[in-house]
Design a protein around this ligand. Structure first.
Ligand code: FA5
Length: 340
């Protein structure tokens, strides 16, 4: 009986002193595991006189049960403590300010480009993109600008060799489309273009959108109606357009299109140099030579074309005074435009 008491006391003390479930399992194995000290008592049964065996067996089993209950209680306590510790460790202070997630936004030039494309797609235009590096033929000759023609100076660009250059405008898109598509044609050709220019309103790399319509009987009247509708969609209903005679070798007649200044609404201010008008694009009726060179019969079809600078429209729309700010990647400047 003394040995039993000793084992009970020892198991209780050792269980109480454990601080982890792992250590508790070791103590449990030491007393009631397969080779445990209490389990070993059962193996002594064979040496116990027959008449005492039943009572000895009962006492060992009672002791085993009692000790098991001590271990189970301790196990519950340790599990509860482990849970509490975990909760404390994982606790989140919901009063702390969150970490702001930085969200990017569309560049003002992309915003304007998409608005222009949306406006024309709503009028039935499709988008066609041409190459940025193109040949002298597509950039000039097929547009009725032969070698050494003085009009080349209007669109002077960067040459890779005598024949290959960075396109100075998106007008080669007209030729490539007419070579590959039968009329009726109604396309937009957006993209990057390059010129030997550099000042507050002219960048060496900028973006244009070309528009081309070829069909039977299209005229300057259709061009006026089309561009007037476009201007009202992009600026506002009150914006007026003005067509000024101009010159482009690939259109005849040629025009430049002005809109009433969006800042002073035509009264005159610094943005419009006190004229009340701002130029936004070049346009005209496609020159018959260009139609012919691109494989379209000018006796059957006529065309109209226009080319606008996306930077110019963005600068007018948002009141930006220096084109270079559009390319400096200054986040504080850029995030003013795409407010989500
Ligand atoms: C042309 O480029 C003609 N290809 C447009 C055209 C197409 C006329 C079809 C007729 C028919 P222009 O050189 O004017 O035209 O340029 C068109 C627009 O591009 C200008 O109105 C201006 O908004 C913009 N632009 C021209 N040069 C620059 C530059 N260096 N930086 C930023 N924008 C420019």
């Amino acid at each position: 009986m003394q040995e039993f008491d000793e084992l009970r006391k020892q198991a209780k003390t050792e269980a109480e002193n454990t601080v982890s479930l792992g250590a508790l399992n070791d103590v449990r194995a030491k007393f009631i595991g397969k080779n445990g000290e209490i389990t070993a008592l059962l193996r002594q049964m064979k040496d116990i006189p027959f008449e005492e065996r039943a009572s000895f067996g009962k006492k060992v089993n009672d002791l085993k049960e009692e000790v098991s209950a001590i271990f189970e209680k301790k196990e519950r306590e340790l599990k509860e403590k482990e849970r509490e510790d975990r909760f404390k460790k994982e606790a989140v202070d919901i009063t702390l300010p969150g970490n702001a997630v930085k969200v990017g936004g569309a560049h003002p030039l992309n915003i304007v480009k998409n608005k222009i494309i949306d406006a024309f797609c709503g009028l039935g235009f499709e988008v066609f993109e041409g190459p940025e590096i193109d040949s002298d033929y597509y950039c000039f000759q097929a547009l009725n600008i032969p070698k050494d023609h003085p009009a080349r100076d209007m669109q002077d660009t960067f040459y890779i060799n005598d024949n290959i250059l960075l396109r100075p405008h998106t007008s080669p898109g007209q030729v490539r489309t007419m070579e590959n598509k039968k009329p009726p044609i109604k396309i937009l050709s957006p993209g990057r273009v390059y010129r030997a220019d550099d000042d507050a309103s002219h960048s060496p790399m900028f973006h244009q959108i070309e528009g081309l319509v070829v069909d039977k009987g299209v005229s300057l009247c259709d061009l006026k109606g089309l561009l007037d509708t476009f201007v009202k969609l992009i600026f506002d209903e009150d914006t007026k357009t003005r067509f000024r005679p101009s010159y482009f070798p690939f259109t005849e007649p040629s025009v430049e299109v002005d809109v009433t200044c969006c800042k002073c609404h035509g009264k005159g201010c610094g943005l419009c140099k006190n004229t009340g008008w701002i130029e936004i694009l070049g346009a005209g009726v496609v020159n018959k030579n260009v139609l012919k060179m691109s494989g379209i019969d000018p006796e059957v079809y006529s065309g109209l074309a226009f080319g606008l600078g996306i930077e110019r429209i963005a600068m007018i729309k948002y009141g930006i005074s220096d084109i270079r700010t559009l390319f400096e990647s200054n986040v504080r400047f850029l995030e003013q435009f795409d407010r989500r």
